[in-house]
Design a protein around this ligand. Structure first.
Ligand code: C5P
Length: 225
């Protein structure tokens, strides 16, 4: 079970030596690891350059594009030199933007982000949505399918319902090994996420905070239980 499913380590820092440490202590493990660089690192002074020099790594650019079709397309063209394997776009950018993005993404796996795992029903209402999380996620999974996206991001709690409509890769953040959920709302453990059918997990703070080597061992033990 352990090698088949991927773990994307969220490299959320602006500190290059911290990122190097994360990579060093996570790459040669029993786990299949990819590295997720998001808005924080890719917008930092040396972040983009660092990613451009990474070799033989699965790279996930979590840019979470959320813009008009033309800007999404131009941004994908602008990031192509980075040779990333995965790139995210908010499904709520709209079907036209998703289709346009897919047209130019080439070999990059285009990942549709559904409702953020930091949101719950109450907060969705606050933003102005009148559907609950589950209904919205299913609705967006259908859009992701329509736009022929390569993968979808949702909470591990929604994997089963997403699977009914979206047959490709399902990636789940909001993963926690303990009850400290920080800013996340819809969380599950790695084991529960894989059990529900997630193909890949995104894990940040539970790996990168504190002793990384120790955290990886805790994760491996948890998956082997
Ligand atoms: O530290 P933690 O495990 O909560 O990090 C989760 C990572 O996944 C962060 O980098 C966050 O930006 C990203 N993410 C998320 N929820 C989504 C999409 C991405 O938490 N729906």
């Amino acid at each position: 079970m352990i090698k088949k499913n991927k773990i994307f380590v969220a490299c959320d820092s602006t500190n290059i030596s911290k990122i190097k440490k994360i990579i060093k202590f996570t790459s040669h493990t029993k786990l299949k690891i990819g590295y997720k660089f998001g808005l924080e690192f890719l917008n930092s002074k040396n972040g983009r350059n660092f990613v451009s020099k990474l070799k033989k790594k699965i790279i996930f650019a979590d840019l979470k594009l959320h813009d008009i079709p033309n800007t999404c397309v131009s941004t994908i063209k602008a990031i192509k030199d980075l040779k990333v394997n995965y790139l995210t776009i908010h499904i709520s950018s709209g079907l036209q933007a998703l289709k346009a993005a897919k047209k130019v993404s080439g070999s990059i796996r285009l990942v549709g982000v559904s409702i953020l795992t930091s949101l719950n029903n109450k907060e969705l209402k606050e933003i102005g949505f009148n559907k609950d999380v589950k209904k919205l996620v299913i609705h967006q999974a259908r859009l992701a399918k329509k736009a022929k996206l390569d993968a979808i991001v949702c909470s591990a709690k929604e994997v089963k319902i997403v699977k009914d409509v979206f047959k490709k890769e399902i990636i789940t953040p909001g993963i926690r090994l303990n009850s400290k959920i920080d800013d996340q709302k819809r969380v599950l453990t790695p084991k529960q996420a894989f059990k529900n059918g997630a193909h890949s997990l995104v894990i940040g703070r539970n790996i990168t905070k504190g002793n990384i080597k120790k955290n990886i061992q805790i994760l491996i033990d948890h998956l082997n239980q």
